[in-house]
Design a protein around this ligand. Structure first.
Ligand SMILES: CC(C)=CCC/C(C)=C/CC/C(C)=C/COP(=O)(O)OP(=O)(O)O
Ligand SMILES: [Zn+2]
Length: 447
């Protein structure tokens, strides 16, 4: 087949410029009916690919031996995004397997008997939350997990990935995220984290993994989500952050992770998720940000100070709509950007949607999706479960980017391709599907 002067066999070697050309050509030359087919999410093929992956997670599986909870998360979360439930036996095997990765002194390792690590703890906890139900949720030893988190805390307040391991923004995010979702977050875990993240925001506006390094989308997501979870997001230079991240969406329509690098499907979530969070800061934190800035009282009549307000965390995690004149607006309230604190810090500029969501969906569906299932970084690269998870996560963030709150039905115009492409919504702070997030909040609010 000829397309734009290149044969299909050449497509896999196409450069970024060729990709743009390909996208334009596809839409210029193909009749409107056929365009929809090209943009169709290949649900059945993705589910087949993911199910095959789940079956391989058994004891004979040796690849990525120290990242097996990650494989569980990437596959189980992808299935949940597609609205697909797991086979009963596979689900039960996954719970047992993750339980065997749990260290007797708290936290989860990369496999049974491996030392506990914050990244695999985050992956295991998010997998268990996504599996849901009494058996899965009660398998987490929260007391021991809390002790593990305290052990990972450096005297500076930041976290190490593992015993004697590196201190970085990922470690802070994974620690705070699991503590928050399991309802064990307290002042001691929060102490010093905000200052560490602030020291990682660079002159470019994005956030680096550690002080002095280059801003990167993966760390920027981790840093921003952490600052929201600990109720200190107003300390970041939000105008600089927005400025950095909006320029990471390239002419190819996908996102790059850092300046002067190629776009990659996985940044659809890391960078798209940053924008989803920034757009919703008002929604997730109420008007507390502006109240912090001015030192005024909050809507409940309490004057708040940052860092000590754990109630702010739960109110945010329950997706509180913003309060006006002491009255909580109902769930139909609209997000009023002009009244939000971050627009104040931007000089009251009225905010448009922060990224081109339809264009990003186009990159994900046309360039990252494989017809026979799975997603990849870009054409020419093979599919894998990591990219499948984060391309699907980016897709749902796009589809719900204009919703008033996380689980309002997506506006049809926001879904590129057929409406059957619509995925389950996620809670963007944790990247777990909203339904499962609700279940875990309810489950652990009792204890
Ligand atoms: C929750 C959790 C553990 C999050 C991890 C976040 C994440 C994806 C961090 C990215 C790390 C990084 C610097 C990659 C650069 O890789 P590269 O040089 O191959 O890619 P690039 O050229 O696109 O920058
Ligand atoms: Zn990638």
């Amino acid at each position: 087949m000829e397309s734009g002067g290149k044969t299909v066999t050449q497509v896999e070697q196409w450069s970024v410029e060729d990709l743009v050309f390909r996208i334009y050509n596809l839409f210029a030359n193909i009749p409107p009916g056929a365009q929809t087919t090209l943009l169709e999410l290949q649900r059945d093929e993705h589910i087949k690919y993911l199910n095959e992956g789940l079956k391989q997670l058994g004891p004979s599986f040796v690849a990525l031996d120290s990242s097996r909870p990650w494989l569980c998360y990437w596959i189980i979360h992808s299935m949940a995004l597609l609205g697909e439930s797991l086979d009963y036996q596979l689900e039960s095997n996954a719970i047992d397997f993750l339980n065997r990765c749990q260290d007797p002194n708290g936290g989860f390792g990369g496999g049974p008997g491996q030392m506990p690590h914050l990244a695999t703890t985050y992956a295991a906890v998010n997998s268990i939350v996504t599996l849901g139900g009494q058996k899965a949720l009660s398998s987490i030893n929260r007391d021991k997990l809390y002790n593990f988190l305290l052990r990972m805390k450096d005297p500076s307040g930041a976290f190490r990935m593992h015993d004697a391991g590196e201190i970085d923004v990922r470690a802070c995010y994974t620690a705070i995220s699991v503590a928050s979702i399991l309802n064990i977050l307290d002042d001691e875990l929060i102490r010093g984290v905000g200052n560490f993240i602030l020291s990682c925001q660079t002159y470019e506006g994005g956030i680096a993994g550690e002080p002095g390094s280059e801003a990167h989308g993966g760390y920027t997501f981790c840093g921003l989500a952490t600052m929201i979870l600990i109720n200190e997001v107003n300390h970041l230079d939000l105008a600089g952050l927005i400025d950095w991240v909006v320029f990471r969406q390239g002419v190819e329509c996908g996102f790059q992770g850092r300046a002067n690098k190629l776009v990659d499907g996985c940044y659809s979530f890391w960078q798209g998720g940053v924008l989803a969070l920034l757009q919703r800061i008002d929604l997730v934190t109420g008007e507390r940000l502006s109240l912090f800035d001015s030192g005024e009282e909050d809507s409940t009549g309490n004057s708040s100070s940052e860092g000590e307000d754990t109630d702010g965390i739960s109110s945010m995690a329950e997706e509180t709509c913003h309060f006006k004149n002491g009255e909580q607006q109902d769930s139909s309230c609209s997000v009023n950007y002009t009244s939000s604190s971050h627009t104040q810090s931007l000089g009251n500029v009225e905010m448009e949607p922060l990224f081109h969501s339809l264009a990003l969906q186009q990159y994900i569906l046309l360039c990252s999706q494989l017809e026979n299932g799975g997603f990849r970084d870009k054409p020419g690269k093979p599919r894998d479960f990591y990219h499948t998870c984060y391309c699907l996560s980016g897709l749902t963030v796009c589809q719900h980017s204009c919703s008033k709150d996380y689980d309002s039905p997506s506006v049809p115009g926001q879904v590129l391709g057929p409406y059957s492409n619509l995925l389950e919504p996620v809670h963007p702070l944790y990247n777990v599907v909203l339904k499962q997030y609700r279940e875990v909040r309810e489950f652990f609010s009792r204890s």
